[in-house]
Design a protein around this ligand. Structure first.
Ligand code: HEM
Length: 174
């Protein structure tokens, strides 16, 4: 007497488990809803993960970096204003391309090492002008766009390049 029967203990246990499951589902729904929440203009808001992740991750990783670098090189090769840089072996061109991919990957926070020379050493004597610099950045912007890189990430890539402007551009060249 007074002791709950086995059956009712089991039922209570089942009910408690049901409440726990319900709570877990609610928590899951809240997390998903906050991830998918919309801002005032009905655009999905950046999740904390997307906001805090490295530039490398936000760019879309190594393949996207390699793709926009290749695209930029292709545009430079097609532009007769850059023909004086073309007289180099395929191997030298591929080496410079690979080093540039590694450099961006590294500076964007990716799992790469840059093993090339510093920018002053590798560009001194090429007499790169301010105009050539500006055109090459325009091609980079275009290539970033072609590969679906967002405005914010594109500006961060350009800002990485801009750090080297003084080392690459020859202020006495025209
Ligand atoms: C007008 C713009 C540019 C031109 C014409 C240019 C041209 C060149 C050339 C011809 C080389 C080969 C040098 C050699 O083999 O001795 C080179 C190497 C390289 N460039 Fe540029 N460059 C430009 C801008 C940039 C920018 C914006 C970056 C990125 C910050 C960059 C990164 C590199 C890297 C990583 C290498 C390889 C360095 C090494 O050989 O150790 N370049 N560049």
């Amino acid at each position: 007497m007074g002791q709950p029967s086995r059956g009712s203990r089991t039922r209570r246990g089942t009910f408690c488990q049901f409440l726990k499951r319900l709570n877990r589902s609610r928590l899951y729904i809240e997390v998903v809803a906050s991830e998918l929440s919309l801002d005032e203009s009905n655009q999905p808001m950046m999740t904390p993960t997307a906001t805090n992740s490295s530039l490398y991750q936000r760019l879309g990783g190594y393949d996207v970096i390699a793709a926009f670098v290749d695209d930029t090189y292709q545009m430079l090769r097609n532009d007769p204003r850059f023909s004086r840089f073309a007289a180099r072996s395929v191997d030298s061109q591929q080496r410079a391309r690979q080093l540039l991919v590694d450099q961006i990957c590294h500076l964007a926070g990716g799992p790469c090492f840059y093993t090339g020379r510093d920018m002053k050493t590798s560009h001194t004597g090429l007499h790169i002008t301010e105009t050539e610099w500006n055109i090459s950045l325009e091609y980079t912007r275009q290539a970033l766009k072609n590969h679906g890189v967002g405005q914010r990430e594109a500006e961060e890539v350009i800002a990485i390049f801009e750090q080297y402007r003084a080392d690459i551009v020859d202020s006495s060249a025209s």
